[in-house]
Design a protein around this ligand. Sequence first.
Ligand SMILES: O=c1ccn([C@@H]2O[C@H](COP(=O)(O)OP(=O)(O)O[C@H]3O[C@H](CO)[C@@H](O)[C@H](O)[C@H]3O)[C@@H](O)[C@H]2O)c(=O)[nH]1
Length: 489
Amino acid sequence: MENTYTKKPHAIMIPLHYQGHVTPSVNLAIKLASKGFIITFVNTEIVHHQITKSKSFNTTELEEKDRDIFAGARKSGLDIRYKTVSDGFPLSFDRFLNAKQFGEGSLHVFPAHVDELVGNLVREDPSVSCLIADTFFTWTSWIAKKYKLINVSFWTEPALVFTLYYHVDLLIQNGHFASNDNREDTIEYIPGVKAIEPKDLPSFFQSTDTNTLRHRIIYKSFEDVKAADFILCNTVQELESDTISAIQDKQPIYAIGPVLPSEFTKSIVPTSLKAEFDCSQWLNSKPQGSVLYVSFGSALPSKKSDIEEIAHGLALSGVNFIWVLRPDAVSYEEPYVLPLEIEDKIKDKGLIVQWCNQVEVISNPAIGGFLTHCGWNSVMESLRCGVPLLCFPLFTDQPTNRKLVVDDLRVGINLCIREPLTRSEVAQKINRLMSGKSAEELRKETMKVRSTSEKALAIAGSSEKNLCQFIDDVKDKISELFLENSNNR
Ligand SMILES: O=c1ccn([C@@H]2O[C@H](COP(=O)(O)OP(=O)(O)O[C@H]3O[C@H](CO)[C@@H](O)[C@H](O)[C@H]3O)[C@@H](O)[C@H]2O)c(=O)[nH]1
């Protein structure tokens, strides 16, 4: 019998239902499809609803359920099919306001919907051979096993964060996490990580409560990832080579980043969950390198006092800026707007928007710096565009990403070492980022990292080679599975 699988691997791809995960997953789907994969991409119904609501589709006459974010990609010849799945909650349910209930549902209800969908997809089309799912899912290995699929885990954060979660047992054994009185000395025993300070661990390892829903998700998903056949990581090998090599000693991991939209794909596949304000006209009127871009990602709230100190600091610094101030920047309960007296002080120098196309904005030559919470997509996007960073991590992997940016790569500076954040510190750090000798040095280092990322993505570069190697390895694995299945018949 002919093994048709090996010609065109067919993967079901399921991203985690947040902007910071959906975007890199869509970009990965496009990359894989461009290299011959058939992809069946699955968004939750709520993510689909948000994307279609935020984007003016050319096909507006279609019912929302029939709109397909990959229609344009298919027209250009890529075989990417699109499905949606329920996460167990109605569209009207506020998933951020009811995070705990939603989180429990994601652990206990969502997997049943995925199971049913994957079962149907496999029955309808036996060419399906892989499941590519976000590493934070806790169910990937049993669903992959149940339907005899190759289990591929997609990690959207740096390899450093991956390995810290992966080795939580070492952190516990050594008393740096989950002990009554956590050690505060340098951590020097994580494979592939020369040294890391406890303050640079992901926020979950710095908290005293060690059994929150998020902790349970991390413990369970990192148990699950140990059963993955392959791990794809949205990072650049040259930027984290020791860490990646150490993980490779345990499991096949491929650094394939930065997984970003290409000129070609950004116009044909909508990924934004919110309506984008067009900043281009405003930006085009500003001198090169003169504008600071300020954004703290897609979902996490900041402290109101920090937001207001940042606003005052922007005024004191005198720089031009674009600030993405989401209505939920401070709380999910009620929309936040800057007090009028603060807005009056800063509005002449800046543009305050609720959401924009970040990659488009930071690629504009007028942008000279990025004040960021250090979400990994923002870091990768900024480095790809050669924009230095001012770091103000909030939560989760962001303190660790900050370490990479500031201490290891030297492409950014810290906004604040000690709380509370003050306006004078904000102004001073913005000026250090945007002008003078310090800015020049940062820019030089950032351009080096930009060039490393660019080279990694070129034909003979590490990310491109790793992606091709992954595809070859998947094809080999498919042949193996095919043989096993034929022998068992
Ligand atoms: O106005 C905006 C603001 C953001 N973005 C995009 O939204 C994404 C935001 O991603 P990221 O910078 O990673 O931040 P979060 O949304 O906070 O991402 C979550 O997911 C990331 C990847 O797992 C983690 O690194 C973060 O800590 C976690 O909070 C990026 O692609 C941005 O380009 C826009 O397009 N427009």
